[in-house]
Design a protein around this ligand. Structure first.
Ligand code: CAA
Ligand code: NAD
Length: 285
């Protein structure tokens, strides 16, 4: 069954990207943000991303206009009542996400609608438990930047229905053109189980004075052909998100390699969140 109407909760880095690719695929998109200022920020992210795509010849101006026209912004979760799929993409914070899932359960009218989370790490079963329809809840984990990255991790739980999982896969593959990989429901799924400890290890190297941030990043760019070094990547992901994911991994596995390094914790406490706040391991305009 083709999805025509998608709701996205949270229009930050990820939610705005999921909105852009969904609107590009022809879907009617509604983004729920917190207030007028965060709605304006979400709108501006989509405008900038699609504007850059036009400048680079990846998108024609008419398609850009169509994308912008297909996205509606709201601060009212009730406006997601008629959605066939809702992707939650708010801050990586379990209590906040539980509240959203509990409310979505009450407001989304279609019993067959899919309720998905874009969480980087939080077990989906816990989010499903906040609803009375755990069979309809899956993880749909997109990658940053969503318009450019080709992957979606699909996480089903012991309670998800195979039909819901199949429809979610069809949406990500056939409608959005992403490659889907499947993961069991444990913290970090596949990619972040590998990527986040790597970023944390780079922060420890820097924290221990082994090398400069620039040399750590250059090492992995030129020595391993990564498009970005790990500290640039951590800034790009958001240090708040990187720390939150580390906390979830540590909570799940209790292994020291997942514990956020003190420097990361202090930077987040200081409001140095990476690119989105203008300063992390590097400074940004
Ligand atoms: N629509 C369509 N195409 C777009 C676009 C858009 N909105 N925005 C950019 N593009 C295109 C560009 O035109 C460009 O195409 P060409 O290569 O053909 O020129 C391509 O996408 C790359 O974009 P840019 O030129 O703007 O940027 P770049 O070449 O400097 O690469 C990058 C930027 C893609 C981010 C690259 O540095 C990269 O891949 N970095 C690593 C990203 C990564 O690892 N992401 C995963 C983060 S972890 C995560 O997401 C999981 C989690 O839970 C934390
Ligand atoms: P972000 O900080 O850029 O955006 C989060 C957005 O959620 C903000 O705009 C905030 O205003 C909004 N928000 C918070 N509470 C809300 C609520 N109750 N209702 C509506 N909106 C609310 O974060 P992000 O990087 O977009 O991350 C969002 C989710 O995606 C997280 O779960 C994160 O782990 C996951 N994720 C992040 C990345 C990444 O690289 N940053 C990659 C994949 C997945």
């Amino acid at each position: 069954m083709t999805i025509h109407r998608i709701g996205i909760v949270g229009g930050g880095l990820m939610g705005s990207g999921i909105a852009e690719v969904s609107a590009k695929a022809g879907l009617d998109v509604t983004i729920r943000e917190i207030d007028a200022a965060t709605v304006a920020a979400a709108r501006s992210k989509v405008e900038k991303s699609t504007g850059r795509a036009v400048d680079k010849g990846k998108l024609d101006p008419e398609t850009r206009e169509a994308i912008l026209d297909r996205i509606t912004y709201t601060t009212d979760l009730g406006d997601l009542a008629d959605r066939q799929l809702v992707v939650e993409a708010i801050t990586e914070n379990e209590p906040l996400k539980l509240e959203i899932f509990s409310t979505l359960d009450k407001v989304v009218e279609d019993e067959d609608a899919i309720l998905a989370s874009n969480t980087s790490s939080i077990p989906i079963t816990r989010l499903a438990g906040a609803t009375n329809r755990p069979q309809s809840v899956v993880g749909l984990h997109f990658f940053n930047p969503v318009p450019v990255m080709g992957l979606v991790e699909l996480i089903s739980t012991v309670l998800s229905s195979p039909a819901v999982e199949a429809r979610a896969e069809q949406f990500a593959c056939d409608q959005l053109g992403k490659t889907v990989i499947h993961a069991k429901d444990r913290a970090g799924f596949i990619v972040n189980m590998l990527l986040v400890p790597y970023m944390l290890e780079a922060i420890r190297l820097y924290e221990n004075g082994v090398a400069t941030a620039e040399d750590i990043d250059t090492g992995m760019r030129l020595g391993a052909n990564h498009p970005m070094g790990p500290l640039t990547l951590a800034d790009f992901v958001g240090l708040d998100t990187a720390k939150a994911v580390a906390d979830v991994l540590y909570d799940e596995f209790k292994l020291p390699q997942y514990a956020p390094p003190p420097l990361l914790v202090r930077m987040v406490e200081a409001g140095l969140l990476g690119r989105k706040s203008g300063r992390g391991f590097y400074e940004y305009q």
